[in-house]
Design a protein. Structure first.
Lengths: 356, 280
């Protein structure tokens, strides 16, 4: 049982502060949507508007075409998984999972059967009678998920459910939740500030910025074609440089600057004039003295000032003028060496300078 | 180690001496006195007399304090529940501001107020008559056991509410949201999610209230002159009017047993809390 969720120009405010400024989003039945953004962007507020804990100041929320905006949280037929898991410490695992069914006046036998099903599905075998305070973080998280899924909700809401887990367990649980969601085909809204988590789990990502939607799209769209400098930075392209461009057909000519020679880049599109170019550290290359001159790419003259090994490659901080850029390279380079940051056309995301 | 221990003994000595002189010694003295006659001979005669004269009053005391404790529990949970789960911010603010007032009123003043409030021609009946809810002839005095219960509840509810509301405010809010989200009404959230999580605090507040009410003399004396009366009144009577310390001590022993039972519950909960705190 999954339903379409429509968020129609929803506004919300805390006191006098507008937290959501008319957010609209259409979520298809069975779709997994991640709300991604930094702290204070309004993603949790939007989730709490959907669940009914935060009153909507304007706009409407509809589930399966039915307007639920005025309904209290207990009438909305949704289930939420909380960041702190929010398990009831005075109840056992089975009682926690079965509580929603008790509220729905199911018989003891029905509740027991459904709880057993959830326990088996979430690999909590043998823990049914255990008090929830005796469980590990990963197990608690499963119980919270079981409690939400037991009532067979139309909409599943996940409020940063993985942020309290160890990094290693988190990776596993991501895939488990995703697989479960796909199997049950349940419409899911997932709030997170973790970009990778959103990319791995969601069918679509909604990036929120200061109470408005900055971009909506599939993970690869948002990653490869960020709609704004904000989205580019948020999706990891947080190296930024100002450039002066002039277009001739399918070529962009980059004007020479204090740290770059003139370059010609193959590029389709309408961008022209003064721009801010964003790039990811992994999309840039390092060119050392003696390397062949890069062709069809922009090269910035700089000096390696810091080196770190995160695993599989080296990450360098390269000073270009008074700026520093992060660049990944497989070679080991000494700190202090002069090097060029080489940026092929496909590594650069251009945005008009005045908007950046 | 030696000198440090000497210093620490020296430091706690004043407090220890005070406790010994002002509490342990008189308590021991009256406990012993409960088992002696006027000549100092060991006897159970005091208890026999206490049983013959005051067994009804003992039951009356337990009934009044027990009923008051129960009502305090219901009202403090209701107030705390509204402060935690209520919808209207204005109502919550007003309630939060109002409920503490009786805390600052001494028992004797509370009793005095209740005399003018609960009497046959008291404010309460006059208000009912004025509002047309009752005829003047129907008016009756509440200055009996009901007056004592009303005063105890009015006076002690804020104390328990303060503890209960504090504990409720300290709960992980998402445990409440989770239940609401699954479809629980406010009342069910209060009874099934909130109260079970703060039950220890509630129990401690009620036990402390129970012990306090057991020891109040002014309220039963001022509100209810008739028999049966509370044990504190009986004790005062034995000492002041009859000069019978033996029976008064025996009654004291009985009320100490009752509060001791409550204190035992309190200590057991406190120890359990501590152990849970360590293993958590």
């Amino acid at each position: 049982m999954s339903a379409r969720l429509e968020i129609d120009r929803v506004e919300a405010a805390y006191g006098g502060t507008r937290v959501l400024k008319g957010v609209s989003l259409d979520v298809a039945p069975g779709e997994f949507v991640a709300l991604l953004g930094s702290s204070g962007c309004g993603k949790t507020t939007l989730l709490r508007c959907i669940s009914g804990f935060v009153p909507v100041a304007g706009g409407a929320i509809r589930v399966g075409g039915r307007d639920i905006t005025p309904m209290p949280p207990d009438k909305r037929e949704m289930a939420m998984v909380f960041q702190s898991y929010a398990l009831w410490p005075h109840m056992s695992v089975a009682q926690n999972i079965g509580y929603g069914l008790r509220l729905r006046k199911k018989s003891r036998a029905e509740i027991a059967a459904r709880v057993a099903e959830m326990v088996a599905m979430l690999k909590l075998d043998g823990l049914g009678e255990r008090n929830v305070t005796q469980l590990s973080g990963g197990q608690r998280q499963r119980v919270a998920l079981g409690r939400a899924l037991a009532v067979d909700p139309q909409i599943l809401l996940l409020d940063e459910p993985l942020s309290n887990l160890d990094a290693r367990i988190r990776e596993d649980v991501r895939h488990e939740i995703k697989a479960l969601q796909r199997r049950l085909g349940i419409t899911t809204i997932h709030v997170t500030h973790d970009r990778e988590e959103a990319m791995v789990m969601a069918d679509r990502i909604v990036i929120l910025d200061a109470g408005t939607i900055a971009q909506v799209g599939r993970p690869e769209e948002v990653y490869n074609r960020p709609a704004s400098a904000f989205v580019a930075s948020f999706m990891g392209a947080n190296n930024a440089i100002r450039l002066d461009l002039s277009r001739s057909g399918a070529k962009l000519r980059v004007a020479p600057g204090p740290h770059n020679r003139e370059a010609e880049l193959p590029h389709e599109g309408a961008i022209d004039g003064k721009v801010t170019a964003h790039f990811r550290s992994e999309a840039a290359k390092l060119s050392l003295p003696g390397d062949a001159d890069p062709q069809g790419a922009l090269a910035l003259e700089g000096r390696v000032v810091q080196a770190a090994y995160p695993g599989g490659f080296w990450r360098y901080a390269v000073a270009v003028g008074d700026r520093q850029f992060m660049v990944d390279d497989e070679r080991r380079v000494e700190v202090g060496v002069n090097a060029r940051v080489v940026l092929p056309a496909e590594a650069l995301h251009f945005f008009p300078a005045e908007k950046a | 180690m030696g000198p440090t221990r000497g210093v620490s003994v020296l430091l706690i000595f004043p407090a220890l001496a005070m406790a010994l002189a002002l509490f342990i010694y008189p308590l021991g003295y009256s406990l012993v006195g409960a088992f002696q006659d006027k000549a100092g001979v060991w006897t159970l005669g005091n208890f026999v007399r206490a049983w013959e004269l005051y067994r009804l009053d003992t039951l009356f005391t337990v009934f009044i304090v027990g009923l008051s404790t129960f009502l305090i529990a219901v009202i403090s949970v209701s107030i705390g529940g509204y402060l935690t789960l209520g919808n209207s911010p204005v109502a919550k603010k007003i309630l939060d501001w109002l409920y503490r007032w009786p805390l600052f009123v001494p028992f004797i003043v509370a009793a005095l107020c209740m005399r003018t409030f609960l009497g046959r021609n008291g404010m309460m009946n006059n208000a009912f008559v004025f509002l047309g809810l009752m005829d003047q002839e129907m008016a009756q005095s509440f200055l009996d056991w009901r007056g004592i219960v009303i005063t105890f509840v009015w006076k002690q509810t804020p104390f328990v509410t303060l503890m209960v509301a504090g504990a409720m405010a300290g709960l992980d809010r998402s445990t409440i949201d989770a239940a609401r989200n699954l479809g629980a009404s406010r009342l069910r959230v209060l009874l099934e999610i909130v109260v079970p999580q703060i039950r220890r605090t509630l129990a401690v507040g009620l036990i402390l209230s129970f012990v306090t009410m057991m020891s109040v003399l002014s309220v039963p004396i001022m509100l209810s002159g008739q028999s049966p009366s509370m044990l504190t009144v009986n004790m005062a009577w034995r000492i002041n009017s009859v000069g019978d310390y033996g029976t008064a001590n025996a009654l004291g022993f009985v009320s100490y047993l009752l509060t001791g039972l409550a204190a035992w519950f309190y200590l057991r909960e406190a120890v359990r809390d501590k152990q849970q705190g360590l293993t958590r």
